[in-house]
Design a protein. Structure first.
Length: 367
C-alpha cells in the first residue's frame, strides 16, 4: 500500500512560518493507511474540531471567523450534507501516518506526514509548526535499489506497511541485457550505468535517501557511477535475490534509524566542541534573544516540548501559566525565528538534546 504524503516544500513551510492572523488553528492527529480504520481518525478530527471551536470562542474570536474555520474542518471530517463527497472520501482513503491541518479565516491546508504524531490542537495568532518539522528535517521514507547481476527493482518504503515497487522506464532487466557478451566486469559496469540513467526519470527532484541493497562487486560498481545525491553511504544489506521486499523494507527502516542516530551524534559532538568556544546555548530566554538576532545556526528542539508564553520583537520572553489562544509555544516561536533567519531546525526526541532541556542551539558567532 502506497504511503501518501505531502510534506511541505521549503516555500510552503516559509508561508506557514510567516502567516499570522487573529486566530490560527493548528491540528495534528495520527492516521491509518487502511481505509476501514480511517472512520476512527475522522471521529478524532471531529473531537479536535470541537476543542478548536471552544478555544476560539473562549478567546473572543469573531463569530464569522469561527464559523468559517469550523465549516472547513467539519467538511474534511464528514464530507457534504449527505456525507459522500468523493474528494473527501478519496482523501481519507489515501493517508499516511499523521495529518497536519492549518486553518484560519480564508485559509485551509492539510499535510499528510510519514511520522507518527500525537493528537493535539492549538489556537494562537500563528501556526504551531514544531511537530511538522520532524517530517521536514529527518527522512521517514526511502527508496531501495535492489540490485544484482540477475535482476533490479526500485522500491519505495515508508515507516510502516508493505513496500511498493516503482515502475521505472528503460530499467534493464539484468546485466546480460545491458551489455551482451562483454567481459564480466565491463558488463557489470555498463549495467550499473544503465540502471543509474534509468533511475533519473524517477529520482530527479526527490530528496529521499536511496538505500542500496546489493552484494559485491555490484555494490561498489553502482556506487562508482551513481549520480543521485542522496545515496546513503556504505550501508548495503545483502543480496536482494535472496531477500523478500518485506525483508528489504525492514532492513531499510533500521538503516534510516541509523542515519538519524548518526546525525544526532554528529550534532552532539559539534555541540561539545562549540561549547568550549562560547557558541552554544540551552536556556530558552537566551535562545529567544539569539534567534531574534539571527545568531543561531542550528537549533535542536524537543518535538513534544511546550513552553507557553510569548516573545516580543527584541527577543524578551514572557511566560504564561498555561497554554491558551492568547499565547503560543515559546519553543515553537524560537524555531520559527531560526528558520526565518536561514538557520537549521531539527525536531528531535527529548533524549537527543544536549544537556537535557527542551532546546539546544549552536551559534554562528559569540554574542
Amino acid at each position: 500500500m502506497a504511503l501518501y504524503t505531502d510534506i511541505p516544500t521549503r516555500p510552503e513551510l516559509e508561508r506557514l512560518l510567516t502567516a499570522t492572523a487573529d486566530h490560527c488553528v493548528s491540528i495534528y492527529l495520527p492516521t491509518h493507511r487502511v481505509t476501514q480504520e480511517t472512520h476512527q481518525d475522522r471521529l478524532v478530527l471531529r473531537d479536535l474540531t470541537r476543542q478548536a471551536v471552544e478555544q476560539l470562542e473562549a478567546a473572543g474570536a469573531d463569530a464569522d471567523a469561527v464559523a468559517d474555520i469550523e465549516a472547513n474542518l467539519v467538511h474534511l471530517a464528514e464530507g457534504d450534507d449527505e456525507g459522500d463527497d468523493p474528494a473527501v472520501e478519496e482523501f481519507w482513503a489515501n493517508q499516511a501516518e499523521s495529518l497536519a491541518i492549518f486553518a484560519s479565516p480564508g485559509r485551509f491546508e492539510t499535510h499528510r506526514l510519514p511520522n507518527h504524531l500525537t493528537a493535539m490542537v492549538e489556537v494562537s495568532d500563528r501556526f504551531h509548526i514544531t511537530p511538522l518539522l520532524r517530517a521536514v528535517t529527518f527522512p521517514h521514507a526511502a527508496w531501495i535499489l535492489a540490485l544484482s547481476q540477475g535482476a533490479v527493482r526500485l522500491l519505495e518504503v515508508g515507516p510502516s506497511g508493505a513496500p511498493v515497487e516503482v515502475r521505472v522506464e528503460d530499467l534493464p532487466k539484468d546485466a546480460w541485457q545491458s551489455s551482451g557478451n562483454k567481459v564480466v566486469r565491463a558488463r557489470e559496469g555498463a549495467y550499473a550505468r544503465r540502471v543509474d540513467t534509468a533511475l533519473r526519470t524517477v529520482l530527479t527532484g526527490s530528496d529521499l535517501p536511496l538505500i542500496l541493497a546489493a552484494s559485491q562487486p555490484m555494490a561498489a560498481l553502482y556506487r562508482s557511477v551513481n549520480t543521485y545525491p542522496h545515496l546513503v553511504a556504505e550501508r548495503e544489506h545483502g543480496n536482494p535475490e535472496t531477500s523478500t521486499d518485506a525483508e528489504l523494507a525492514d532492513a531499510a527502516r533500521t538503516i534510516l534509524d541509523e542515519v538519524y542516530a548518526d546525525q544526532v551524534a554528529e550534532l552532539a559532538e559539534r555541540f561539545g566542541d562549540l561549547s568550549g568556544q562560547g557558541r552554544t546555548a540551552t536556556d530558552a530566554s537566551d535562545l529567544a534573544r539569539l534567534s531574534t538576532l539571527g545568531a543561531v545556526d542550528t537549533l535542536l528542539v524537543d518535538i513534544d516540548a511546550s513552553v507557553p508564553g510569548t516573545i516580543d520583537d527584541i527577543g524578551a520572553v514572557s511566560l504564561a501559566d498555561a497554554e491558551g489562544a492568547g499565547n503560543y509555544g515559546v519553543t515553537d516561536e524560537i524555531a520559527r525565528r531560526v528558520l526565518l533567519a536561514g538557520g537549521r531546525v531539527l525536531a528531535v526526541r527529548a533524549e537527543d538534546i544536549p544537556q537535557g532541556g527542551p532546546l539546544a542551539g549552536l551559534l554562528r558567532f559569540v554574542v
